[in-house]
Design a protein around this ligand. Structure first.
Ligand SMILES: [Zn+2]
Length: 650
């Protein structure tokens, strides 16, 4: 009681000392979640002073031990037209935010990341810099409603200005205990890459939002609505699948059913020499025949597609993704990726997306899924955790029942439970991947039964006795490694080096992603040091490969689609032949998931997952980027159209 009274007195004195500071007319608190785990809060208030509304927001979370804070102030006129916006801090571990915008004479004076620019504005426009703070998106929705719900809003920063599309998606009532809360649901496309969902209450206050941060699912829910979190995730998931259905309908199929691709160079991925002037005959989603033109008989009623001058390779795999938004589906196909392994996601989202793709309701790569399990506590990742053998078995069973192929062990799992999880997963016919848990070495993790290891997880120098011993152990266990070297290169590059110097794909990404990656990189190191680190990793990858340890291509997202190509290029830089690098992204991955009877090479009887390239990657590995058409389960998609469907440049 005493404490409370002191605070009351202090507040009263504070108010006395600041005459003229008006009381807030509105306050709110959102609980922030990362992949559904509560990790922090956003607190905001709105003050009215004459003709100026001032929104202040404190955005603060701790993700796996790392604190992320952002302070933002938005000043607007009473109709929510921005006057100024300032945001400083981080919106994710590697996303620095430093924006200072004021509106002056029909233009935005934008100070962002140390540079000042003048961006001419035509109404309607808004000032917002990424998903955080959510209260700024709430104010943007109010502005949009007040200004006749325009089709497009221009937003700054973003050069020259970014297009944001807002769409009302319906009304609903959420039941919390005995209370019913009436909400309006909106989708917002363009504040981040892809669509977010935001709910407003009857007073226009923000009730919840579902978006992504650092590529992973991020959920914000008003404190009193916390029990409805999963309901919000499910509602947003339904909207996103409807959106992907619309993309699927708009994306014309070039071919499906039975047809023959004639005249290309065929790199079948088995390691055999390329077949010049080859034919692939496809019947109902499977490869019916493949070989030189002279030896494959094409039945007279079968239509043919001339692909002379092109090269056909097996569909690519990304063995480390987090497909947390439907926009990944066209991106992956556009990049020639026909199978992905999801490594951690909202359970409700990934299971729904996976079955929608499998049923052909929507386009997308086939998804194999690894279910995330971490230890308990504030630093845990996700919401499925195990502190006891019983909990570990229950978590494995949950994923098994939902059709997951794998378990992904995360950093806080104890050695005792690594063994329990591996034994239980193996008993159920699943395999286990994951991080090397804290305090363990890669050989301990593999020795306890982990079939795969995500990221490289090996310290020391290639060629040292210690690393040689580790490699011999992994070889004996046939442990599969997805080293995610492109991810390390992307986040570890010197800030002074433009990403385009090693990843040309960055020049084609949508503006909101560009904004995220323009600030990503390692501060305080030079380009040479960054490159030395990349090369150290590549030497170990090459040593693992030479020893016969299976290496599979995985990105951990990075630059959507393009990072798959970069990962393959890096293996060639490491010393793989182009064929070996291609196999890491095809047959080696298929074998690692025990799906090689059906996938991974261009052979008779396998599923027709193929990529038609404009140029041969065996001549120069960068040709892997020249995707013209992607064939997913026998359906032929135009790569440029797929890129454009989600606002990438082709
Ligand atoms: Zn990951």
């Amino acid at each position: 009681m005493l404490v409370v009274r002191i605070i009351v007195v202090a507040t009263a004195i504070g108010a006395l000392l600041l005459p003229g500071a008006p009381d807030p007319i509105e306050r709110g608190t959102l609980r922030l979640h990362y992949v559904q785990k509560p990790i922090g809060y956003e607190k905001y208030e709105v003050v009215r002073d004459g003709d100026v509304l001032t929104l202040s927001s404190d955005f603060d979370f701790t993700d796996r031990g790392g604190r992320v804070q952002l302070a933002a102030t938005l000043r607007t006129s009473p109709d929510f037209t921005p006057l100024s916006f300032k945001a400083t801090g981080k919106s994710y571990r590697f996303v620095n935010v430093d924006s200072d915008i004021r509106i002056e004479g029909g233009a935005a004076i934008v100070k962002a990341d140390g540079a000042e620019s003048r961006v001419p504005l035509t109404a309607p426009f808004y000032t917002v810099d990424g998903y955080a703070p959510f209260a700024a998106q709430m104010m943007m929705l109010r502005y949009w409603k007040q200004h006749g719900e325009p089709r497009v809003l221009r937003t700054v920063p973003g050069l020259p200005a970014n297009d944001v599309f807002i769409e009302p998606r319906g009304r609903e009532a959420m039941r919390i205990g005995s209370a019913e809360v009436r909400l309006e649901r909106y989708s917002i496309d363009g504040v981040v890459w892809g669509r977010e969902t935001v709910w407003l209450d009857e007073k226009g206050g923000i009730a919840a939002a579902i978006t992504r941060a650092g590529g992973l699912s991020f959920e914000a829910v008003r404190e009193d609505l916390e029990p409805a979190l999963v309901g919000f995730v499910q509602r947003a998931t339904r909207d996103r699948l409807t959106d992907l259905e619309a993309i699927t309908t708009r994306t014309k199929l070039l071919k499906s059913g039975t047809y023959a691709m004639v005249g290309a160079t065929i790199v079948d991925g088995t390691g055999q020499p390329a077949i010049p002037d080859g034919v692939v005959l496809i019947r109902d989603g499977r490869i019916a025949e493949v070989g030189p033109r002279a030896s494959v008989r094409i039945p007279p009623d079968v239509s043919t597609v001339s692909v002379e001058g092109k090269t056909i390779i097996p569909g690519l795999w990304d063995m480390h993704t987090h497909a947390t938004q439907v926009e990944w589906a066209p991106v992956y196909l556009a990049a020639g990726v026909t199978t992905v392994r999801d490594m951690g996601n909202e359970f409700e989202f990934i299971t729904a997306l996976r079955s929608a793709i499998a049923s052909k309701r929507v386009l997308g790569p086939r998804i194999v899924a690894a279910g995330l399990i971490d230890g308990p506590g504030p630093n845990a990742f996700g919401v499925y955790y195990a502190a006891t053998p019983e909990e570990a078995k229950l978590a494995v069973a949950k994923y098994h029942d939902a059709g997951f192929e794998q378990i992904k062990i995360y950093s806080l799992i104890t050695p005792e439970l690594v063994k329990v999880i591996c034994d239980e997963a193996h008993r159920l016919g699943m395999t286990v991947t994951g991080h090397v848990p804290n305090g363990m070495t890669i050989t301990q993790a593999a020795g306890l039964g982990m079939d795969h290891i995500a990221h490289l997880g090996i310290r020391g120098e290639a060629g040292s006795d210690e690393v040689n011993a580790t490699i011999a152990f992994l070889k004996a266990h046939q442990t599969v490694i997805d080293p995610t070297q492109s991810w390390g290169e992307l986040l570890g590059h010197a800030l002074g080096t433009p990403i385009a110097a090693f990843q040309p794909g960055v020049l084609k990404i949508p503006a909101p992603l560009n904004r995220v990656f323009s600030n990503a990189g390692a501060a305080g190191i030079d380009a040479a040091t960054a490159r030395i680190r990349v090369e150290r990793g590549l030497r170990i990858v090459k040593a693992l490969h030479d020893a016969g340890v299976p290496i599979v291509v995985g990105t951990d997202e990075g630059i959507p689609g393009h990072s798959v190509h970069r990962e393959i290029e890096l293996y060639v830089e490491a010393g793989f032949t182009p064929m070996e690098a291609l196999q890491a992204a095809t047959i080696v991955s298929a074998r690692a998931m025990k799906m090689d009877a059906d996938l991974g090479t261009i052979e008779r009887g396998k599923r027709a997952d193929l990529v038609v390239l404009n140029a041969n990657p065996l001549d120069a590995i960068r040709n892997i980027r020249s995707v013209r058409w992607t064939i997913s389960d026998g359906r032929v998609y135009d790569a440029p159209a797929l890129w454009q469907s989600v606002r990438f440049q082709p």
